[in-house]
Design a protein around this ligand. Structure first.
Ligand code: HPA
Length: 259
């Protein structure tokens, strides 16, 4: 019998695949919410089994507001996944969120609109569910990410408020100023509704955010896509190392708890 992973990594635009990923099985199931944007790729990385999922599709074709978050999260649940580490690239708003910083957010504010953001809206004979979303990121996984960073001597920012905008356009300076007044540290386009849908299905979910640019109005230099690509190429290997160490920690913890 093939054994399937219980940990999934959702990679964003900056991480469309994992380096040296050995896929031993791949599936693309359909769901009551339509097609997921990518196949589930069950892989072994550094001895650990995990499932990799490309949020925006294999070629990155789906814009943040068009991603089928419900189908994506529901196929992870159907496949038996219990823990999810999401990777998102973000813009840095506050001073410590300079390009290249890695943030492990602990809070978020949702500025998106019109996205299908619940499994439980009262339709399909399912009751409405008022999920407790006070702590959107799972504390246990966050702790394992932070411990993995310490093991690797990799500097990360412990905590931060992720402001999720609709995209795909970037923000105006006034919007970023408002977000900073609201308490946001970083800005991205994909944490919502992904995080709440994971919570609704009982998946433990946390994320690793790589700051790839200063947000609008926070830099003297105009935004440059080539600068972002260079930074991603330099910094994503560190994020991948952090992912591998975190997965190792999570597996070791699970094994110790079940023995
Ligand atoms: N704004 C929104 N999303 C982003 C940004 C940004 O500046 N950078 C990367 N994702």
């Amino acid at each position: 019998m093939i054994e399937y992973p219980r940990i999934a990594i959702i990679g964003g635009t900056g991480l469309p695949t994992l380096t040296a990923m050995q896929v031993y099985d791949s599936e693309w199931p359909s769901t009551p919410y339509g097609e997921p944007n990518a196949p589930l790729q069950h892989t072994r990385v550094g001895g650990e089994m995990l499932t990799f999922f490309a949020r925006h599709g294999e070629g990155g074709a789906f814009a943040p507001h068009l991603v089928n978050y419900r189908a994506n999260i529901s196929v992870l649940k159907q496949a038996g996944i219990e823990q999810v580490i999401a990777v998102n690239v973000v813009g840095g708003i506050t001073e410590q969120m300079q390009a290249g910083a890695i943030c492990i957010p602990d809070q978020l504010i949702d500025y998106t609109f019109g996205r299908a953001d619940t499994f439980f809206d009262g339709s399909n004979n399912k009751p409405i569910k008022y999920v407790d979303f006070a702590e959107p990121f799972n504390a246990g996984i966050r702790q394992q990410i932070l411990m993995a960073a310490e093991t690797l001597a990799l500097p990360v920012v412990d905590g931060g408020v992720y402001g999720c905008t609709q995209g795909p356009r970037l923000e105006t300076v006034a919007e970023i100023n408002r977000m900073e007044r609201d308490g946001c540290d970083i800005v991205g386009m994909t944490a919502m509704p992904e995080a709440v849908l994971a919570m609704e299905l009982g998946l433990e979910y946390a994320s690793i955010n790589l700051v790839v640019n200063r947000a609008s109005g926070r830099s003297d230099k105009p935004l440059s896509l080539s600068d972002i690509r260079v930074l991603q190429a330099q910094a994503m290997p560190k994020v991948e190392k952090l992912l591998r160490q975190t997965v190792q920690n999570l597996v070791a913890l699970r094994d110790s708890e079940s023995s």
